[in-house]
Design a protein around this ligand. Structure first.
Ligand SMILES: Cc1cc2nc3c(=O)[nH]c(=O)nc-3n(C[C@H](O)[C@H](O)[C@H](O)COP(=O)(O)O)c2cc1C
Length: 216
């Protein structure tokens, strides 16, 4: 079988550069960046109060079924709630909620009612008993399927049973314009707004892309 020579992503010709800078060894650690930062809501059933915990160790882990994982330290007030109820909602905050996100990540539900103190609105979810956060444009209702004690954190793997999106993000054709949600990221200890879109899935191989790029 003959293989076509790989074409690789087309690039504009640039003046000869000195090449990438040299590397320095850095301490092994959690430098994966950017990562999402989310408000996880839990509780509100089985005698547990509704609570909010800020989580940055969160990620998509499976497409079919749709699943994600959150890593939580056992000493968190939210931990026994997650373990015993097996339910939570991942609420994606817009950048205007950065202060609330940070606050929920430094205060404990042991001492404060975070819904009351932040003024965030709890709304009933459709598939789980814990509330979702009305002010967050996207809410993922999750049921825990597996827990895995890893060390400092326990990983809660969960199936996404239902998704709520703000109606304001749907255009006339019913398309979800998530780019208008003003979502934020967490980068090396800092909250960051997302920059402009630089491409769409598969744009590097789509016909006409190079021509369009040349035109400007
Ligand atoms: C930006 C940010 C990200 C955080 N990510 C996590 C995380 O992934 N896992 C975790 O256990 N705690 C994380 N925390 C810490 C908890 O949110 C914090 O300890 C919180 O007060 C726990 O709330 P609770 O005691 O009401 O459960 C994070 C805090 C901040 C500010």
């Amino acid at each position: 079988m003959t293989r076509k020579p790989a074409s690789g992503p087309r690039r504009r010709k640039a003046p000869a550069a000195p090449g990438p800078p040299p590397k320095r060894a850095w301490k092994p650690g959690n430098l994966l960046a950017p990562v999402p930062v989310v408000l996880v809501s839990c509780g509100g059933s089985r005698g547990f109060p509704a609570n909010l915990i800020t989580i940055a160790w969160v990620g998509t882990v499976c497409s079919e079924p749709p699943m994600l994982g959150i890593a939580v330290r056992p000493e968190r007030f939210s931990y026994p709630i997650l373990r015993k109820t097996g339910e939570f909602v991942v609420n994606l905050p817009g950048r205007e909620l950065a202060r609330h996100v940070d606050w929920c990540g430094v205060k404990s539900g042991r001492d404060v009612d975070k819904f009351r103190e932040t003024g965030l609105t709890p709304l009933p979810a459709t598939r789980v008993s814990c509330p979702l956060v009305a002010e967050c444009p996207v809410n993922l209702e999750c049921r825990v399927t597996k827990t895995l004690a890893l060390g400092s954190h326990t990983l809660f793997l969960a199936e996404i049973l239902a998704v709520q999106v703000s109606a304001a993000l749907l255009d006339a054709k019913g398309r979800l314009a998530l780019e208008n949600a003003g979502l934020m990221a967490y980068v090396h200890g800092e909250y960051a707004a997302l920059g402009p879109t630089i491409g769409r899935f598969g744009f590097s191989v789509r016909k006409g892309t190079a021509a369009r790029r040349k035109r400007g």
